[in-house]
Design a binder for this molecule. Sequence first.
Ligand SMILES: [Fe+2]
Length: 136
Amino acid sequence: MAVIKWQECYATGVAPFDQDHQKLVALINDVYEAIRKGDGDERIGELIQPFLVYAESHFAREESAMQRYAFSGYEKHREEHQAFRNHMDSLLKRAEREKVDGMALDLLNVMRQWLLNHILVTDKEYASTLQSVDLD
Ligand SMILES: [Fe+2]
């Protein structure tokens, strides 16, 4: 079962980033599967590592493309990535400290909402600048 099903309306039209986003969606679904199997509240930090690691490499790819092609929303976009990093960091620290039942699903929900909102609003803003360039 998946918490996010990829839909065409999520696509920015920038192929390498749409592929990255699909991978991030798949990684969130993997976390959900792992949580459903049981000890997510104990192991959440470890379970979300693959998502966080891939998100970092994806953010770096987006930021370098936006900078290279002088996208005017670059700074704001970079700040949004940074805010997500900080937010996840503080949620994880709190999760480690408090170990509350159900927190794994809460954290997953934060990741899901952030990713979809970020793709649908902020990432779509670079579409017109980056759709026409060759990023490979
Ligand atoms: Fe982004």
